[in-house]
Design a protein. Sequence first.
Length: 202
Amino acid sequence: MSKALVITLGGRKYPALNLQKALRKIGMQWRKNARISLTKQKRNNTGNLSKSIGLIVGQDKDGFFVDITPSAPYWPFVDLGVQGASYNKFGSVQAKSPFKFGKSAGKKRSPNGLRSAIDRWTVQKNIKGTRDEQGRFVPRESIVQAISRGIWYGGLKPSLFISGTGDRIEKKATKQIGIALEKDYANAMKKDMSRDKNLKVT
């Protein structure tokens, strides 16, 4: 749950109600756009990633913020993509990804790693196995390995469902935040000045 935001004026704290409302509105639009992006790109197979997108409006030592970081541990791979071990199938945007599948080959599999994420995805899709062209049963683990190999060589396409949609609303959001802060400081000034009985605030 989001905590009440405050601004400081003259050493006193005042509620930032307009800012809180503006940030929540921005967050809701950002989250909506992110979910639409996933659906349009057909990257929302189980719906779990979309549902995991949160919304927190808060304040820390660095200032005010709105956060829609998904709780699904594999979301950064879907957002930024993964570089291929041999080539980048999806171009320059993919090449900027900090992730590269296979660079930890031989090490213990990370519970938040890409192959583990693929494994969880097959479980969520209830993929228990399938039949090949000869009718032989192919277990789920083999399917996970096959998908992993494909990503290993060519990588995973970036969706930018979080980072891209955030960039697109940044300019409008900055303006909304400025207007909200202006209103909150004006209200705070009136309250601060009303403490002085020699001043008349209208």
